[in-house]
Design a protein around this ligand. Sequence first.
Ligand code: NBP
Length: 474
Amino acid sequence: MPPSNNDFGLIGLAVMGQNLVLNVASRGFGVSVYNRTPEVTAAFVARHPGQRLFGAATLPEFVASLARPRKVMLMVKAGSAVDAVIEQLLPLLEPGDIVIDGGNSLYTDTERRDAWLTGLGLRFIGAGVSGGEEGARKGPAIMPGGPASTWDVMRPVFEAIAAKVDGTPCVVHIGPGGAGHYVKMIHNGIEYGDMQLICEAYALFQAAGFSADEMAAVFEQWNAGELQSYLIQITAKALAQKDTETGRPLVDLILDKAGQKGTGQWTLLNAAENAVVISTINAAVEARVLSSQKAQRVAASTQLHGPVADLAPHKAALVAQVHDALYASKVVSYAQGLDLMRTMSEKKQWALDLGAIARIWRGGCIIRARFLNRITEAYAQDPQLANLMLAPFFRDLLNRTQLHWRAVVALAVQNGIAVPAFSASLAYYDSFRSARLPANLLQAQRDFFGAHTYERIDKPAGQWFHTDWPEVIE
Ligand code: NBP
């Protein structure tokens, strides 16, 4: 006899869905599951006997197995599949039922779906879920958007399945509408930045002649200190991994073409729309794009000249210098991501709690890291903080590390090693701390060719001037 009062339903039994279901079931909830391809459902349920799992062969059977108000989570491929599943569910649901999209949906799609379902009397939550397969199974970071009243209903389930750090669940109500998926998008953008910064450290160590094992030891050591993070930890393990076929370090055999699924590009587009600088994430996305142009790079490598990279003489000093360059660049990257979230929060009136967001990112998700505590503390001290770099802890850190950071970027440039994220972060830092930038000349140029006018430093702000510039004879 099929159940009629299961607590939770999940549609989409691929990697994320399966692991999330096991997580929910392990917390004592009765879970119903459905997958478009029914064989997947049957095989999944058969693999997990003894759990409170009900595998429905049809959607009506699935919906009928759930207690009211029904709580249905979608873990299907982002995009049109989400709309297709919602369309199929609509005739089966009743007002008050809750649909949760846990995939990586674009936040504007979430806003559209929120208006659509709310208009039909249903309740909708767009929830970012981070942590990949392992996070889904053991506890992800969850970023749910939607109305606070719907969050109240879902809170016990979300808090039970989320990762815990110091006993605190890595989930918080992010804000209304698309806020949850928006914050997940920024999380992914920051993840791009973190990964690229680590890869640039790796490139420098390689040029200095470090073996993969030596590098693994450095990352291992860093993981015991201020840079402790999941990404540093897995980097150490990835570098230490040997290929079973050749015995060589596996990383040496992996093709240097990076893939991407689009959340980084979405973040860039959003930053451009809001005129917010996220140059570290930008550099990271572009680095992946350039990496994918392998054939062109191989052809260019024989035609375009650069210095022969030799950082061997710097090997001893490099570990401490690169550590600081990585740390400082990471701070800049987070400062930029937080600035973008603050800007969007004001524009959309989401009232994002940036300190709480940093707190839930401490566990479960890919960017989990020790230093996120410092971000939470910074916003606790000053909720109106304009830029993370100005919080006392981060200001002191940047002041302390900037000389090493410069040394690393200079060394990289002199040796022809591309460090786009290190250098973009440093340029942001130097621009941000410059009381005067060369934009005065830029204003002169604009006024010269377009009569765009300019303000003067010796006259009150808001007074605009135009000069009759000399005629150009070509
Ligand atoms: P996928 O993104 O690969 O999606 C596969 C699932 O979608 C299968 O269950 C498939 O059913 C179902 N599906 C598709 Br495709 N089209 C459908 C349709 N028209 N109607 C109904 N079902 C459809 O799965 P995933 O990697 O587990 O990711 C799920 C979501 O979580 C995605 O949005 C993803 O971006 C996000 N996410 C993934 C990760 C990760 O590490 N993988 C991490 C964080 C977030 P089928 O079996 O019948 O083909």
